[in-house]
Design a protein around this ligand. Sequence first.
Ligand code: SAM
Length: 343
Amino acid sequence: MLDPLRARAGRWSQVVAAVDDAMALLAVREIGALDALRDGPLTAGELGARLGVGPRRLRAFLDVAADLGFLGRQGASAAATYSLDPRDEALLDADADGAQLLPTEDLRTLFSRRAQALDVLRTDVGLQVASSGGAVSEGERDGFLRYLDRHARAEASEVAELLSDEPINRFADLGCGAGTYAHALLGRNPGATAVLVDRPNAGALVQEGLRRAGQAERACFLGADLHEDTWVAAVGAPLDAVILSNVVHNHDPEACRGLLRRAATALRPGGRLLLKEFFMNDDGAGPPGALRFALSMALMSPGGDLYTCPELAGWLTEAGLDPGAPIRLLTAPESFVFVATKT
Ligand SMILES: C[S@@+](CC[C@H](N)C(=O)[O-])C[C@H]1O[C@@H](n2cnc3c(N)ncnc32)[C@H](O)[C@@H]1O
């Protein structure tokens, strides 16, 4: 029988070794191996010659990618040929629908951010990234928001459906990202107008999206900091609805309470605030995906966390809204919404 101490050490090693999987997969992609394999199966030698890299090291990376199920592998050792899984073609083709589904962090970014964990803990200052509204380049914000847009479309139409029982003439989408939720709501309410609010350098992408959706006449972009009061007057309150999707998890409790208060101020009596978030158990100890998400918020946001439904309901009530019961989304079972009404 395995000595219990060795078993614990083995489990520890297994956890730490998971970073090698991420390293191998991203390196294989970024060196260009997956793109080269779109032309057909190749050995590590043939692939190395095409990419200008040595075959011996390359083979070790390819073998792990194959073990993870992202490459086919036929034959033995150096003579093995590697092939692309045909299902992944659409992920790699920049023009295909699946292209923006892959996480946007490249190998260097992924590891350099996580390597700063101790500094973040010691200084209590999170990293600046696009998702949390940090001061990042337009390019980084653009890549992240396109990725998010691809993921959010089904959820956005479910959310628009949830709000369809009452007419909406004017609404705001706060922390709009690419504008996915506003597009869905404008689509469902042909007479509605909207203001989409986010960091100023999201403006070009948001406006491009509105033009593409044929909604530019009915909506405008406002570049602002949601933690300041100025946007409330600028959105043309009072509004019928406010969308706040995946925004509060980026901010600390005080900032969230302030943001919800301002959002409530922007609503007319009877108006609704749609708050969408990832679900965290009431005891804050799961599910596992929520704990990992909260961990990335701890590392990469100014003060963010995943808040529980009772915490959020308490803040909504404090802001003068009736939160109602949380609703789990069919298109995103890890997420839920509150449709809170201004009393
Ligand atoms: C995770 S994204 C969510 C985007 C979109 N609502 C969705 O659900 O697809 C969070 C968005 O909130 C914006 N954001 C976060 N904090 C902000 C702040 N203080 N002021 C303005 N925008 C902010 C970020 O720039 C980012 O676009």
